[in-house]
Design a protein around this ligand. Sequence first.
Ligand SMILES: [Zn+2]
Length: 120
Amino acid sequence: MGRDDFHQDWEQVSDDILSGVYEWRLQHPKATLTEIEAAIDERLARLRTKMLQDAALATPAAAWRDAPPDERPRCPQCQTPLQPRGSQPRTLQTHGGRDLVLERTYGVCPACAAGLFPPG
Ligand SMILES: [Zn+2]
């Protein structure tokens, strides 16, 4: 995914948020400052999750399965380069309390058979 794809995607979500807040405000003319703040935060959390997910997926650490052995993550036990064992979705919790699902390559150590998701 290139920079322009990000930009287009994020712009779309931002637009939805802006018009969403505007609509919400029209429907809640007597909302308190706290209520307005909550309505905005809830929508921003959506953009935050999307940006985090897209940006995290774009990190080189996520694509180590195509890297040559000496550039792969190493086994934390014995420092042998890991062998990729397919991608699996990994669900993480963000600060905003939303689930973030990332496709991550699972690695297995050929020497000691330890299996893990390398950090990153
Ligand atoms: Zn090992």
